[in-house]
Design a protein around this ligand. Sequence first.
Ligand SMILES: Nc1ncnc2c1ncn2[C@@H]1O[C@H](COP(=O)(O)OP(=O)(O)OP(=O)(O)O)[C@@H](O)[C@H]1O
Length: 319
Amino acid sequence: MTTSFKTTFSPGTIIVGKWRRSRYYIHRMLGQGANGMVYLVQKVGTRQLYALKMGYETVDLQSEINVLHSLQGQKHYKTSRKQGHDQHASSFLVEVDDFTSDNKEIPFYVMRYVKGVPIHAFLEKKEREWLGFVGLSLLEKLQQLHDGGWVFGDLKPDNVLVSEYGHVELIDYGGVSSIGRSIKQFTERYDRGYWNAGSRTADEGYDLFSFALLCLNLLYDEGFKKVTNQQLPQARSTQDLLGLLGHPNVHPYAKWLRKAILHEFADTTEAITSWKRDVYPAAVKLKSKQTHVTPRWLKSAFAFSIIMLCCAIYFVVRF
Ligand SMILES: Nc1ncnc2c1ncn2[C@@H]1O[C@H](COP(=O)(O)OP(=O)(O)OP(=O)(O)O)[C@@H](O)[C@H]1O
């Protein structure tokens, strides 16, 4: 059955599954996208929080559910789930059902709740060098998907949530495609095809390319916006992107980004090795330099105490 709805539900609403009869209490809306609305919910009778996504169209939601199902079954994810405290809470897919509202059938699924803010919001409050840390964590998430035969596809800042301590989680698996198939969902400015830099066939390089553009966007937003908007579609090329690598903000990442843009990494493992070797130490060095810079107030306080000490010695000697 195909359904279509755009109703929003207020906090306090209880969603009751038609088939499985589970009850979820809505706390608030987490976000809204092209495919549906996502709510923070609590399973009634438990303390467990989840994210519940209602689809506008059953067919769009079903393709996300299929991907989440497959990820769930993957050995790697099974292992990481075992390490968690609550297996259910960390599951990709907790439950799939429909519920009825105003005589309409609304499909939904329940997934783990990822507590964090989008990567651009996270980095706005931190030094730019944090990208060295969260970037590595994001590359490792992509590698897990790639190892399972998947490509994320729609990599963009909104789909990367970062916790307070810099832990990265991907959300919105609607764009995930099997390696070798066509990319089914993408955002133009991070898409290889948009930049005439390669096909829209799902391969590891597709995600690495999007990752590089996401980095450019985060490091040098102004320049990235400029090249994205100024060119006619047929004139867009990787040269526009490579031209941004000389900017001082981008400098520590330039070597790595160049390789990702030009598809010079054999695979994600090689890309991660290079990030650890070329990017991560540069970020750590910059960061430790910053932490070791003595604040001006401390220098003034030190100078003041030396003067006071000299005065005290002078008075003791004199009288
Ligand atoms: N598991 C989750 N945990 C926390 N927040 C989430 C989760 N899933 C989604 N969200 C929030 O809901 C918003 C919309 O979700 P999602 O991106 O899945 O919808 P969409 O319709 O597929 O969006 P898009 O138009 O980007 O494809 C996200 O931007 C995010 O803020």
